[in-house]
Write a protein that binds this ligand. Structure first.
Ligand code: NAP
Length: 262
């Protein structure tokens, strides 16, 4: 059966690693055309090459820093050029992440600001710039990547929990604002997943990042990518509003089953 995503344009932010890179491959395998953005160009180049190999008829990348309005505007002008007169079918806002594990008492302004800049303001900026490219009544979809952290509180994550709760509310607000346009809006909210997320959060400390996943079976990026493809390929009248996906080993935030290490 022909995929409804075949030859459709998909724009992914945060495509240089983790969920975004896996989504690029998964949408490519459906025959979709890709526009990819992130800050690390070498990584984007590799993801683009892999996407073409996986079946994307075309795949392009461009530098994007979602924490900077000017960068988002330059990126979207580039995307518009690539689209020519064709519509954008799916926007996936995955750029973001957590920085640091300090309590509020010990928190660092730079970490807090970065988490708000990417997970909250980045989603707003990119969505504002992409909206004119999304057609009405044609099954176009905006998918934001939220988190279990937007729904559950835990120590050392005040700004990240706040940022992802912000993302959840932005998604809900967009459902209201886009009411009647036929543009779909979803949030896909993962729990513990093994990507570069922990490495970024622990500021490059590989051992700490490794320890987080030791003895447990976390989600992997491909699990989420598969779900993103599913959400975007529902019939045009179906909106998957909110999805929370956790590994079986995670009952809640901070309640992760760990097997003894061999
Ligand atoms: N892994 C988890 O456990 C988990 C769980 C729930 C939700 N999430 C969320 O899932 C999303 C993707 O994270 P991931 O797990 O795939 O981690 P990841 O492997 O670290 O990927 C994060 C992506 O975001 C991009 N990014 C970060 N800051 C950016 C900026 N200022 N401008 C543009 N791109 C930026 C990174 O690209 P560059 O560094 O190249 O710019 C990278 O492509 C994030 O929003 C994260 O909060 C992750």
């Amino acid at each position: 059966m022909k995929s409804p995503l075949k030859n459709q344009w998909i724009l992914i932010t945060g495509a240089s690693s983790g969920f975004g890179a896996a989504a690029a491959r998964a949408f490519a395998a459906q025959g979709a055309k890709l526009l990819l953005g992130a800050r690390r160009l070498e990584r984007l180049k590799k993801v683009t090459k892999a996407a073409k190999k996986a079946g994307a008829p075309v795949a392009y990348f461009h530098e994007l820093d979602v924490s900077q309005t000017a960068s988002v505007e330059t990126f979207m002008a580039w995307a518009k050029q690539k689209l020519k007169t064709q519509p954008l079918h799916v926007l996936i806002n995955t750029a973001g992440g957590a920085h640091g594990v300090e309590t509020v008492a010990e928190g660092k302004d730079a970490d807090w600001e970065m988490m708000m800049q990417t997970n909250v303001l980045g989603v707003l900026r990119v969505t504002r710039a992409a909206l004119p490219l999304l057609p009405h009544d044609a099954g176009a979809t905006i998918i934001n990547i939220g988190s279990l952290a937007g729904r559950a509180a835990y120590s050392g994550a005040s700004a990240y929990c706040a940022a992802k709760a912000g993302e959840l509310q932005i998604t809900r607000v967009l459902r209201h604002e886009l009411f009647g346009t036929g543009i779909r809006v979803s949030t896909v909210d993962p729990g513990l997943a093994e990507t570069e997320f922990a490495l970024v959060r622990f500021k490059g400390d590989r051992q700490k990042a490794k320890d987080l996943y030791a003895g447990t079976n976390p989600l992997v990026a491909a699990d989420i990518a598969e779900i993103l493809v599913w959400v975007a390929s529902r019939p045009p009248h179906v909106n998957i509003d909110e999805m929370l996906i956790k590994p079986v080993d995670q009952a809640d935030m901070g309640k992760v089953f760990k097997r003894p290490l061999k």
